[in-house]
Design a protein around this ligand. Structure first.
Ligand SMILES: Cc1ncc(COP(=O)(O)O)c(C=O)c1O
Length: 374
């Protein structure tokens, strides 16, 4: 490894999480896993390969290049792009056999054109907005749009219908329950309009997989939970989840400083006593957030030590105290386990005032992902 700051990806844990979901939802239902944003930072190709090998049914992406990357890696599973696409993205998508979400008549017309000119049949799932307020056809217009695709778009095959649940991870179930009912009404309207059943009706993100069984329908669509993290601290833990990654580096430099010595940009920390300072080659450009300046902590040799001074772009400093056994080259845990101590993604999310999703997504591309062999 030519750069010591790296993320160890616990593919076996991700696999165990997937097996837990499979046990919960059964074998007759399909499972689509969200591998967008480089599998939430865990490596989309490696996660998708493992998922394909253990019988996961579908993959979900946010962009056409994400889908093409999976095809170029040889992955054959069906891929759904969750969000609407621009006309100029569509030919490449249909040629890569990426199923596109359609949210409007203009969307459907552009996809029909792209499929026709590319000489292929495009697959689509209708996206309905039942309460997310982001993208999707309005519930009352869904049947008309479905009928339009069915009758006017010979190069599009309408295979599924889906919606998204914005508060399925929260304790109060009322809004989600109402959304599921609204969605089922829309599905009935659509199926009546096109005179056939749609094979894939789906809406269950992680919050709904964990807490709303009526949302499981034909296929579930988990993301964050497969990487071992709960969507919200309050989500019920009905399936055991194991962390998908550790974020690690090593001590690159060590020095003893005298009381009164300042550390780092802005001189925001001054040593109150003679103390050992370790430098680590990890900074905000790696995803070690600058908010950890004088606030974060790391684990070395199974013990917790504070970050002192400001986190730099590529390096940070750690106060080891007046006496130390730490050496240059020792492993430093930014996220993960060291002895019986752990720093969790949840701890980062809470300290940074964000969600677990952003923590793993913000581990930068220059941080090599080292995947466990499964
Ligand atoms: C359409 C869609 N389905 C499923 C997911 C997975 O959600 P989660 O990671 O909360 O399980 C996402 C992620 O945002 C999404 O946008």
């Amino acid at each position: 490894m030519l750069y010591q700051t790296h993320a160890r990806i616990h593919l076996q844990n991700i696999r165990t999480n997937l097996e837990g979901i499979r046990r919960a939802v059964g074998t007759r239902r399909k499972i689509l896993i969200a591998v967008k944003a480089n599998a939430y930072g865990h490596g989309a190709v490696e996660v998708s390969r493992m998922a394909e090998a253990i019988g996961i049914d579908w993959l979900g992406v946010a962009t056409v290049p994400e889908g093409i990357q999976l095809r170029e890696a040889g992955i054959q599973l069906p891929i759904l792009k969750f969000s609407p696409s621009f006309p100029e993205e569509m030919s490449a998508a249909v040629l890569a056999r990426i199923t596109l979400a359609v949210c409007s008549r203009a969307n459907a017309e552009a996809l029909e054109h792209a499929a026709q000119t590319s000489g292929v049949q495009a697959m689509t799932h209708l996206k309905v907005d039942t309460g997310m307020g982001r993208v999707g056809v309005a519930p009352e217009q869904a049947a008309d749009l479905a009928a339009f695709i069915e009758t006017e778009c010979p190069h599009i095959r309408l295979e599924g219908i889906f919606t998204h649940l914005p508060v399925s991870d929260e304790a109060d179930p009322e809004f989600t329950q109402a959304q599921i009912l609204r969605f089922q009404t829309v599905v009935n309207d659509v199926e009546t309009a096109i005179h056939r059943k749609l094979p894939l009706v789906h809406c269950a993100n992680s919050g709904a997989v964990l807490g709303h069984e009526p949302a499981w329908l034909d296929m579930v669509r988990p993301g964050i939970m497969i990487y071992g993290f709960c969507p919200d601290p309050g989500t019920p833990r009905t399936i055991a989840l194991h962390p998908g990654l550790s974020f690690l580096t090593r001590v690159s430099f060590l020095k003893k400083v005298a009381a009164g010595t300042s550390i780092g940009y802005g001189r925001s920390w001054v040593a109150p006593e003679d103390t050992w300072i370790a430098t680590i080659p990890a900074g905000y450009a790696d995803g070690f957030n600058r908010l950890f300046s004088n606030m974060g902590r790391v684990l070395i040799q199974g013990r917790s030590f504070p970050i002192v001074g400001r986190v730099c772009m590529d390096q940070s400093m750690v106060n080891l105290g007046p006496a130390t056994t730490v050496k240059v080259g020792d492993e430093v845990v930014l996220i993960g386990q060291s002895g019986d101590q752990a720093i969790t993604v949840e701890e980062w999310a809470q300290k940074l005032g964000t969600i677990t999703y952003e923590v793993t997504c913000q581990i930068n591309a220059r941080v090599e992902r080292v995947h466990d062999v499964v």
